[in-house]
Design a protein around this ligand. Structure first.
Ligand SMILES: O=C(O)c1ccc[n+]([C@@H]2O[C@H](COP(=O)([O-])O)[C@@H](O)[C@H]2O)c1
Ligand SMILES: Cc1cc2nc[nH]c2cc1C
Length: 341
């Protein structure tokens, strides 16, 4: 059954108080099976945690990793005109074409691990407004972006990955993270080099984030309002998708800095709203570790990736499949005639 996206921000906020809970029965059954598999207890380390997490949200004692979906959301940012990225804004639309032709990293990762890949382009010819001088989006634009994400998650998926492409979106994510989780020590602490900024570019980015926080001061307490003022279309789409996944009990692998800032909106709106999410990796973007700590998430991988597109989560799909294969396929002590400890 298709569930329509809420028509108002009040509708989204109302959903935050009725989020589904994990299936404790399925978790207990997965733990019971794990306990009799032919290995010392705990010997598969965090792969066992992955199985418990999938079981809880899929509602299956033996979770599966067949219907995997990655969606890359693309958006453009007015703040790019301030010289806050190492690349020009036209790269966003060019990369969308690359995704469509199968030439990007995420295409290869999706193919490697049998994931379905979708690309959702969000009005690339209409960048958001420069949030240093006013809100990035109107309420109508925010609702359209949230709905685009919401509609990308179909019920019955075994796992969802929200990826993004948007030149300058690490500036948006830095400002949003500062608004959501505080700028103690200065907002520059949320700024990294993104696609590879030099020192002068980093200084422009830090100045842009500081200016934005000053401009919107007093209006950032509501996480959805912070998203409207400082986010971007692809950032808001990821927020909508991650929320829809929770409603549909679809587990989500979080990608890098921008995806985690988008997810952070939900965590600030209701602590625990990201219980259906696992952090795939620690990005090389400087403040990602700080953001993961604020979300209380321990990343599965740390490979110095800083690509976005959902690529860190794409690599982690291999671990997800490995965890599920062991849990589903291993013999029990009784079946294998192995003496238990
Ligand atoms: O996912 C990350 O942690 C990440 C870190 C640095 C850069 N990116 C990607 O690079 C773009 C944003 O970088 P920038 O420098 O233009 O803000 C955007 O398309 C992201 O997908 C992504
Ligand atoms: C080439 C390129 C590819 C990307 N993929 C995600 N963000 C990106 C940024 C650039 C610049």
């Amino acid at each position: 059954m298709t569930l329509a996206a809420p028509a108002s921000l009040a509708g989204y906020k109302a959903l935050m108080s009725v989020l589904p809970a994990p299936d404790d029965g399925a978790t207990a059954a997965a733990c019971a099976r794990d306990a009799v598999l032919t290995k010392p207890p705990g010997a598969l380390g965090r792969l066992e945690e992955v199985v418990r997490w999938l079981a809880a949200w899929q509602g299956r004692a033996v979770p599966v990793a067949e219907r995997l979906k990655i969606v890359v959301f693309a958006g453009n940012h007015g703040v790019a005109a301030r010289g806050v990225s190492a690349f020009p804004a036209e790269v966003t639309v060019q990369m969308v074409e690359n995704f469509r032709r199968g030439g990007a990293a995420i295409n290869q990762l999706a193919q490697c691990f049998g994931a379905d890949l979708g690309v959702v382009s969000l009005q690339l010819d209409r960048p958001t407004a420069d949030f240093c001088t006013g809100p990035a989006m109107s309420e109508e634009e925010l609702l359209a972006a949230l709905a685009a994400g919401w509609e990308a998650v179909t019920p019955g998926l075994d796992l969802f990955v929200a990826g993004e492409m948007g030149i300058a979106n690490t500036t948006s994510a830095a400002a949003l993270a500062a608004a959501l989780f505080g700028a103690q020590g200065g907002s520059a602490g949320w700024c990294g080099r993104g696609t590879g900024l030099d020192d002068a570019g980093l200084a422009r980015k830090e100045a842009a984030v500081a200016l934005a926080l000053h401009c919107h001061d007093g209006h950032l307490a509501d996480p959805f309002e912070a998203l409207r003022r400082l986010g971007g279309r692809e950032v808001a789409a990821m927020t909508g998708a991650i929320l829809r996944a929770r409603i549909e009990r679809v587990p989500v692998l979080l990608d890098g800095f921008i995806a985690c800032a988008a997810a952070g909106v939900l965590e600030r709106a209701r602590p625990g709203a990201l219980d259906h999410c696992m952090a795939a990796h620690l990005s090389a973007e400087g403040a990602h570790g700080r953001l993961l700590a604020a979300l209380n998430k321990e990343p599965l991988l740390s490979l110095n990736l800083r690509l976005g597109e959902g690529s860190g989560a794409g690599v982690a799909l291999g671990l997800i499949r490995a965890a599920v294969a062991c849990h589903a396929g291993m013999a029990t002590f009784a079946e294998a005639g192995v003496s238990g400890g």
